[in-house]
Design a protein around this ligand. Sequence first.
Ligand SMILES: Nc1ncnc2c1ncn2[C@@H]1O[C@H](COP(=O)(O)OP(=O)(O)OP(=O)(O)O)[C@@H](O)[C@H]1O
Ligand SMILES: [Mg+2]
Length: 379
Amino acid sequence: MNVGLNDQQLSELLATWPVDHAALSVDVDHVNHHYGTGEMRKQVLFDNVLKILPGEIVIMTGPSGSGKTTLLTLIGTLRSVQEGSLKVLGQELLGITPTSTTELRKRIGFIFQAHNLFESLTAFQNIRMATELLGIPDDQANARIEATLRRLGLGARIHYRPKALSGGQKQRVAVARGLIHEPGLILADEPTAALDAESGREVVTIFQELAREKQCTIVIVTHDNRILDVADRIVSMVDGRIVTNVLVRRNALLSQFLTQIELFKVLSTTVLSKIADRFDLRKFAVGSEIIQQGGVGREFFVIGAGSVAIEIDGRQVNTLEQGSFFGEMALIRDQPRNATVRALTPVSCFVLEKDDFQTVVQSSSSFEEELRKAIFNRQ
Ligand SMILES: Nc1ncnc2c1ncn2[C@@H]1O[C@H](COP(=O)(O)OP(=O)(O)OP(=O)(O)O)[C@@H](O)[C@H]1O
Ligand SMILES: [Mg+2]
């Protein structure tokens, strides 16, 4: 009955759901945007909604002109929000004052396509200028700048001017400058485009460490397929609209254990991934009935945290710990539950509803076929 996810994977999964009242790092709510005025006025963002948790790494993709940079610059307070609500690190940007904008920008790290280094200043001085603007004291700044440049493989280039650096090296200086104040939010537009595979990997590894260690939220616009694996969430835009928004890390972990369960085993990865997308998190207090013997089964449960008792006719016959699952037959059969399941501790479950399961079934013609085969083979 165990789904083969270890405790660390389970807690990683749990962390992909917002804790109650958790502050979102970025909360884009029905945001529209227009460029130009009068007859030249043109809408480029349409009703975008995007919610990002602290510590999440989000990769944003989409064709040229789809609005990625526009959305990123709105989040970064580099453009004014016109319609909708956009909250960044708890601050509403619609109607924000210039003073609040200045304060908020100190908590954001920008790494943009055009790296904008000053040609007359060395790598070190370029970053030093940023630390001065940010008000970081000199003694702290110097050590930090050297360490960051070294970490990005520029130890031997600290005192070079941009004209003596390659495109990739200049880009790395820009990356170092964007990270130097350990911001709560990093916005990066094609940060690896000018880099070879190795330096690109180095940059995203640093992003991952910041996300893990400092709960830094990172939004990366990229066409670079080589770095997709670092994403917790992949968002794609087309014609000014977010058309897909997938929690890839959650999806991968859920799909991984679904493949170990008889009912899901034979399904294709595409279908499994669609099913994984439909899971929700539900919490139960000690003593509460999660399912009731004789009741109609409408959900399938995986225990993410805690333990439960299985009771038949009022008698406890077994217990299940986190990492176990129950109730899967409800997804395919209309039969009453054959046992009661009760929370022995506070319990968090990943729950898949029959209706959601059926929706995926109906939208995937090959799926029904696979399922029929699966059930047939079991009997
Ligand atoms: N300053 C501006 N004034 C007017 N129109 C603009 C401006 N900036 C962008 N646009 C238009 O807005 C739309 C979205 O542009 P945006 O730069 O956000 O796209 P993008 O997804 O970042 O594209 P790319 O992948 O090429 O960087 C495009 O149609 C573009 O022509
Ligand atoms: Mg762009």
